[in-house]
Design a protein around this ligand. Sequence first.
Ligand SMILES: *[C@@H]1O[C@H](CO)[C@@H](O)[C@H](O)[C@H]1NC(C)=O
Ligand SMILES: *[C@@H]1O[C@H](CO)[C@@H](O)[C@H](O)[C@H]1NC(C)=O
Ligand SMILES: *[C@@H]1O[C@H](CO)[C@@H](O)[C@H](O)[C@H]1NC(C)=O
Ligand SMILES: *[C@@H]1O[C@H](CO)[C@@H](O)[C@H](O)[C@H]1NC(C)=O
Ligand SMILES: *[C@@H]1O[C@H](CO)[C@@H](O)[C@H](O)[C@H]1NC(C)=O
Ligand SMILES: *[C@@H]1O[C@H](CO)[C@@H](O)[C@H](O)[C@H]1NC(C)=O
Length: 361
Amino acid sequence: MFFQVLSSLLLALAASASPALLPRVDVPAPFNSSLFKDLNVSRGLNYHYYAVPADTGKPTLLFLHGFPSTSYDWRHQVAFFQDKGYGLLVPDMLGYGGTSKPLDPQLYVSSLVTRDIVDILNAEGIDRAVVVSHDWGSMTASRLANYFPERFLSYAFLTSGYFTPTFFATPYEENLNLSQAVLGYKNLGYWDFFSSEGADQIILEHFDSFWDILYVNDTTKTITDFSPLGALEAFITNDTRILPADYVTPEERAIQMEAIRQGGLAAPLNVYKIVRGTLEGQDDKGIPEENALIHTPLFFGAALRDYISVSAPIGLAGALIASNSTVTIREYNSGHWVQMTLPDEVNSDLLEWIEGLGLDL
Ligand SMILES: *[C@@H]1O[C@H](CO)[C@@H](O)[C@H](O)[C@H]1NC(C)=O
Ligand SMILES: *[C@@H]1O[C@H](CO)[C@@H](O)[C@H](O)[C@H]1NC(C)=O
Ligand SMILES: *[C@@H]1O[C@H](CO)[C@@H](O)[C@H](O)[C@H]1NC(C)=O
Ligand SMILES: *[C@@H]1O[C@H](CO)[C@@H](O)[C@H](O)[C@H]1NC(C)=O
Ligand SMILES: *[C@@H]1O[C@H](CO)[C@@H](O)[C@H](O)[C@H]1NC(C)=O
Ligand SMILES: *[C@@H]1O[C@H](CO)[C@@H](O)[C@H](O)[C@H]1NC(C)=O
């Protein structure tokens, strides 16, 4: 009896202590922990991903998250689509979660990351998938269309739209001036901070303040306190607290923040180094000219209160320029994190769009 009590006490202690002691890479329900996999992709990096096989006749949906996130960003979509028999592939992108976190920015350019994603499709025996992307996941989705058009049935872009092959050829300072002229503020000024040495540590030292503004309820605050040059650094180093949105529960927030804290931000911030500098622009010169246009259907979900990506005019224009096929456009009364803010609307719009594709699988 005593031993039983003692051992259950020890087990309970071990269970409650384990999150701090062991890296927990697998995110909780609705993800089924037995369906996470790891793949050593062809360039020798590990990718950790969630994989649900498709029912006969259903396509596989490939969900690509952005910054600073993991596969957990897609929890509402996973819950919805896995019950309907869709195949799911939800990787932790390079730099995040259970996936490798190399520190060399050159390893993050799109020609390499898209190859990794196609390696995952190959390992899973998936010929063609439907892509659903958000934030920097949309850069990868755009380049999958440019480099591997034969492997994808269609593309959905949420918030951040299609990045044309020449998007990153424009020098950063020019884009800053352009946004100042057009929007009245420099929406991408924070790239300067994110791409600077030591930004990862500064953010982690002021992590609550950072997460507040990242998921702020009143998204107009980002116009003054996130986007402009120097604004975000001033906001967080002051440990300013601001009301966060309520569509992320405190429990979900803790899971999201812990996943990023454990992996650190040095690797995830590399994407800002390649787009702020010239690495991505140079890499994109390898895109075959004939692949600039997308010939399969596109979905674009515009977040009307996203003042950082300014998704309605910019992403929308990208999607329309990119397409030699049908473009389905949906607008959401939402800030940047539309898949979490309005999951029911986003899920049903995506479902309707996918069902309407008339895929013959
Ligand atoms: C998780 O996936 C495994 C393997 O497919 C399956 O046996 C199990 O029933 C699933 N668990 C839940 C809770 O769906
Ligand atoms: C991954 O594959 C490479 C060869 O492509 C090999 O050298 C390396 O040892 C593998 N890594 C792991 C962790 O299996
Ligand atoms: C951006 O605008 C500033 C201030 O008007 C100007 O000094 C600078 O030359 C501009 N830079 C570019 C790349 O256009
Ligand atoms: C959160 O934002 C919504 C929409 O902008 C607004 O209606 C609401 O009043 C805000 N909540 C709080 C507590 O400020
Ligand atoms: C710094 O914090 C104070 C007190 O919370 C606040 O009033 C002020 O606006 C903050 N400054 C910045 C730049 O966020
Ligand atoms: C656009 O698609 C049509 C077929 O739907 C095709 O005939 C045409 O060549 C395409 N245009 C370009 C520029 O690829």
